[in-house]
Ligand binder design. Structure first.
Ligand SMILES: Nc1ncnc2c1ncn2[C@@H]1O[C@H](COP(=O)(O)OP(=O)(O)O)[C@@H](O)[C@H]1O
Ligand SMILES: [Mg+2]
Length: 296
């Protein structure tokens, strides 16, 4: 999905959209994979929302992504999960009206702000963990945790969004669900997903949270390219060299406590990864002021 803001969206196009919507479109936020995401205004009270348009063919109830998104946005209620306002269903299109996160996604925010203090990143990460902890506590796994699906409000409140790939972690008989669809943004997916082995969704989220931590700390990630390259890098633990190179270049040393956390998330064997509650506990033990050891 493109993460570039569409500044060229034609005025005519917006006016055309306005004819058909109950909300007034005021800007284009992003091109989504299934439709656009727009900034809209409810004329009756001037409230601003984001509208995610999802185009569909046939019966939308047959589309697992649409059903997951609607189910999760209807059921998940937490300060770090994007709040849905209403859903409009039209023939061929669903419009999800949700709270508008003014700073949009974390990737864009990081791109636009080169120097972000660690204590600020610390708070952002704490909130990501709180949002995922809540999802996992109600046995929902997100399965597409990446910086573009993590949104930020004006006051830097994290809002996790995009539940199109989310799944319940247990079936109706209470048995753990093994996923066999291998979707999501490859650079954030764990080895078991890239190698297409049936996988448990919560530990897969934990891996993605680990890569997200690297992104937040270094504004870059060690896993790039196509699936086979990424998988090879994962199995070779290239993230350690990635951190080492960064520290060499910047003459610093990352706190051992943080390296330990990263290591516990980027375990190749999914059952060795820390669960979200343990992770939240360890993260709270990290000092929000210091990312690096003073001595080198
Ligand atoms: N509520 C929102 N407030 C602000 N920006 C949003 C909101 N929802 C989505 N966006 C923007 O639109 C992008 C695509 O939305 P997303 O729900 O992730 O769609 P997709 O399923 O196509 O990935 C996000 O990365 C973010 O930049
Ligand atoms: Mg998305």
């Amino acid at each position: 999905m493109s993460n570039e803001k569409n500044s060229d969206v034609g005025k005519e196009e917006i006016e055309h959209l306005n004819d058909s919507l109950e909300y007034i479109v005021i800007d284009m936020i992003d091109y989504g994979s299934f439709g656009d995401v727009l900034k809209v205004k409810d004329e009756s009270n001037n409230a601003i929302y984001a509208m995610k348009q999802i185009k569909y063919r046939g019966n939308f109830q047959d589309d697992p992504c649409i059903i997951s998104e609607i189910y999760c946005l209807t059921h998940l209620k937490h300060k770090n999960i994007i709040r849905m306002h209403e859903i409009l269903i039209d023939s061929g299109e669903i419009q999800i009206i949700m709270e508008y996160a003014q700073r949009e996604n974390l990737e864009r925010y990081m791109d636009q702000n080169e120097h972000i203090e660690f204590h600020h990143k610390y708070k952002i990460y704490s909130q990501i963990l709180e949002g995922i902890k809540y999802c996992h506590s109600v046995d929902i796994a997100h399965r597409d945790i990446t910086p573009v699906n993590i949104l930020l409000t004006e006051d830097y409140v994290v809002k996790i969004a995009d539940f199109g790939l989310a799944v319940k972690c247990f079936d109706d008989d209470g048995k753990p669900m093994l996923c066999t669809d291998y979707l999501g943004r490859a650079s954030y997916l764990p080895p078991e997903v890239l190698s297409q082995k049936p996988f448990l969704p919560k530990p897969a989220d934990i891996w993605s949270i680990g890569v997200t931590l690297l992104y937040l700390l270094f504004h870059s990630i060690p896993f790039k390219g196509f699936h086979p390259e990424i998988l090879e890098d994962q199995l070779n633990h290239t993230w350690t060299g990635f951190i080492h190179d960064f520290c060499e270049k910047n003459g610093c040393r990352l706190k051992v406590q943080i390296i330990d956390i990263i290591e516990s998330l980027l375990q190749i064997e999914s059952n060795k990864r820390r669960n979200i509650c343990d992770l939240v506990r360890s993260w709270h033990e990290v000092s929000p002021e210091e990312l690096y050891d003073k001595s080198k």
